[in-house]
Ligand binder design. Sequence first.
Ligand code: CTP
Length: 405
Amino acid sequence: MLKNKNIVLGVTGGIAAYKCVDLVSRLRKKGAEVHVILTKGAQNFVAETAMREISGNSVVTSMWQDIPHYDVEHIALANLADLVLIAPATANLLAKAAAGMADDMLTTTLLATKAPVFFAPAMNSNMYENPVTQNNICALQQRGWHLIPPASGHLACGTDGIGRMPEPSELIEAVEGCFRPKCRSMAGLRVLVTAAGTREPIDPVRYIGNRSSGKMGYAIARAAAELGAEVTLISGPSALPVPPGMNVLQVESARDMRRLVLDAFSSSDIVIKAAAVSDYRVKNTSDHKIKKNDTELTLVLEKNPDILRELGQLKQPQQILVGFAAETQNLVQYAQSKLEKKNLDMIVANDVSNPKAGFNVDTNLIKLLKRDGSIEEIPLMSKKELAYVILSRVMELKNMNGAIE
Ligand code: CTP
């Protein structure tokens, strides 16, 4: 997979830099061409001569050094790279990269490259968990960079906690994934996804709606299609572009959604209900625009069907049913009760009062609750990345399910 690939390895000033000698040696054994950039800090931990010997290439230590065979200037490595790996990535490097700074050869290369970028943070756990560092990581992930999460264990500062750079073999496994032919782990499965909010008419020009944008549901539908599934997306009104490569059905009201979902349900292997369905509709909708008067207007609302609950009753043992719980308080307790009442295999609980989670933002912060009572907290990440995390857990359930059948 790595044969003849140009890997630019940026090493920054953390104690874990010593592992990079082994990392470069392993990359070369896999057939990669390795080009090392050592920041000033890194040069305190690993010698340029060692890296030059082990990589078989000149090592870049400064913006201004003269390296004869790198064509021209400071962006030569950025253009040459098939992949850039920063290991270890210090908090300082992450902050500079997130801010778009270019004050040395590594940050300049990062700003100029179009190649995929992987970064392996390594630092003291308080520094890693500091919201400033977490925000920088989140910003880089939103830009499409790939995080290789640090491991927990004994740290160089003498404490135990999260912040250790993973072993070279694990770093290599992560970057190899980038060159693997696209994974089709959901091929042959029919996946039904609902997304966005429903609209309940009041009269021909007005409706009751909600703040759901459809971003989470659309991201799940796209990711499932990317993984090879045959996807049907049933969506309430959304400003998002219609995703390619799937069957997209547009609906307005909860009752429209119910009809289409029930039609598709029996032939679906996996159903993920991310839609924000209106629990009530207007009892007597007006055929004509309601004219204002001088007093109050009272709308009488009647209950809409709970689509997910119906699906829970119809569900066959081989089907996987996933719901969402959008809450502003008692997140776990309410989500747990929906998981049970609606007979779900898993529920995605999100606290929509958090500005980085829930409606109409690009990130989400969720907990995954399963029938076995487990609760998994997923760190803040983009909805696009989260879609793959959710699908990987769904596939674990599907595979367990298959094993039981
Ligand atoms: N849902 C549904 N039909 C409804 C209401 C909700 O299918 N009429 C689904 C949603 O798509 C979601 C899950 O049920 O997957 C939970 O939705 P949510 O609005 O969080 O909860 P409700 O069941 O409506 O309960 P409440 O409004 O009291 O929180």
